[in-house]
Structure formats: C-alpha cells, structure tokens
Design a protein around this ligand. Structure first.
Ligand SMILES: NC(=O)c1ccc[n+]([C@@H]2O[C@H](COP(=O)([O-])OP(=O)(O)OC[C@H]3O[C@@H](n4cnc5c(N)ncnc54)[C@H](OP(=O)(O)O)[C@@H]3O)[C@@H](O)[C@H]2O)c1
Length: 211
C-alpha cells in the first residue's frame, strides 16, 4: 500500500515507521522535507520524504497527524484528496497558554465536512505515541478503535492496524466518532480486545467488528 504521512511528528513518524517496516511504501511529509532525513533512515528502505503535496499525490492512504489548529493549512497544502482514504489521527485541542480540548468540537466530523469526497476513517488518535513506539503491544495485541462511513476504506484501515501490530475494533459510522475523541468513553484506554468490548458495551454497537 502507498501511504502518505501528513504531519510526520511524534504520532505520524511513529505509525509511518511501523507501516514502513511492515512492508508498505511510506512517504513522510513536512513543510521542510530535508528535516526528515533521520526519520526516513530509521524507517528503512520503504520510506521516503517529500512535501505535503508530494506525499498526498503519492498515496492511496493518507495519515493526517497534525495539530487541530493546523488542519486547514495542511489539507490545503495537500491539494485534492478526492477518492483517497484518509486516516484522521487528530484530536481537537487548541494551544493557548496550555494545550486544552476545544469544548464540543469533533475533529473527525469537521474534517468529513471539509473533505466530502475523501473516505475518512478515524483511527490512531486514542493512544499516546509511546504505546505505539514501545512494542509492548506485540504480546497480546492491544485494541485500536476506528470508525468511518466507507466500508471498503475501513477494511483497508483494519488491515493497516493489524500491520502496525494492533487489532482494530470497529466502533461504527463516523457519527460515533465522539466516543473516540478526547473525553469520549473510548479515549486513552490501553486495552485488549476483550477489555475493549467491555468499554463498548454501553454503546450497544450491534455492528461492532473486531479484526
Ligand atoms: N503525540 C501523541 O501522543 C498523539 C497521539 C494521538 C493523536 N495525536 C494527535 O496527532 C496530532 C499530531 O500530534 P503530534 O504529537 O504528533 O504533534 P507533533 O509531533 O508536533 O507533529 C505535528 C506535525 O504537524 C506538522 N505541522 C505543524 N504545523 C503545520 C502546518 N501549519 N501545516 C502542515 N503541517 C504542519 C509538523 O510538520 P513540519 O513542521 O515538519 O511541517 C509536525 O511534524 C495532534 O492532532 C494530536 O492531538 C497525538
């Protein structure tokens, strides 16, 4: 799979590296791609660096991992994302003196409105970078929640989740995304699939799918 990483910082750099090492072709991007030399070297032979527009053009699947307040700038720099799968790892925080949640905002729903012709799947936003980087999930794999409206796109993302060493837990359509975003009942829990099902029980997701 050809994957473009928009926002190759902590989370984007880490997940892109997992995918690259799993055999996917990964183009990390930056407003200053020359700064990505070390990341590309560490991610191995399947990795390269480019501008945001180059990564978007290269990819079938995009991982969006920029700060909420830079999303508009990032997607504008990407150019058309029509028809592509976009995994939204962003969370609706703003930076004032400190970083704090934007009340009631959903970065996933806002992105879907901005990109109506892009297949948005929310994933990789619920856990801190260290959980992906430290390899502990390689024992009994941790659950990773995802949701979205496009069934085929979700299948692709479920496989990418497996390739990164986790097990996807489908929480339904994108209108369920608030449960996965900050303050939601699925946010920031390092859990196995069995524990994930307990967390999901109050939502009574009959459509929930694991794997
Ligand atoms: N860190 C975590 O543990 C974690 C976990 C889950 C989800 N998230 C979410 O993931 C997102 C990124 O967090 P992070 O911690 O990975 O941040 P980060 O390390 O600061 O990386 C952010 C990336 O965004 C890019 N960027 C900054 N301003 C930009 C702009 N105006 N246009 C385009 N790209 C821009 C930067 O790339 P260049 O400066 O190189 O262009 C940078 O690589 C946030 O929404 C966060 O809530 C973070």
């Amino acid at each position: 799979m050809k994957i473009g990483i928009i926002g190759a910082g902590e989370i984007g750099g880490t997940i892109g590296t997992l995918w690259s090492k799993a055999g996917h072709e990964v183009c990390f991007s930056s407003r200053n791609p020359h700064k990505l030399t070390d990341l590309v070297a560490a991610a191995g032979a399947n990795a390269q660096a480019g501008t945001i527009a180059e990564a978007a053009d290269f990819a079938d699947v995009i991982l969006l991992a920029v700060y909420y307040w830079t999303t508009d700038e990032a997607i504008e720099a990407a150019g058309s994302l029509d028809g592509k799968i976009l995994i939204d790892a962003t969370n609706p925080y703003i930076r004032t003196d400190v970083i704090q949640r934007v009340p009631y905002a959903s970065s996933g729903l806002e992105l879907a409105k901005k990109l109506p012709n892009t297949k948005i799947v929310k994933a990789y936003n619920t856990l801190p970078t260290a959980v992906f980087a430290n390899g502990h999930h390689r024992g009994e794999p941790y659950a990773l929640f995802y949701c979205g409206d496009d069934v085929d796109a979700k299948e692709v993302v479920a496989q990418l989740i497996i390739d990164s060493g986790f097990i996807g837990v489908d929480t339904g359509k994108l209108n369920q995304v608030i449960h996965q975003e900050p303050d939601g009942i699925l946010y920031n829990y390092i859990v196995t699939v069995a524990e994930a099902q307990t967390l999901l029980a109050p939502l009574q997701q009959s459509s929930m799918k694991v794997g």
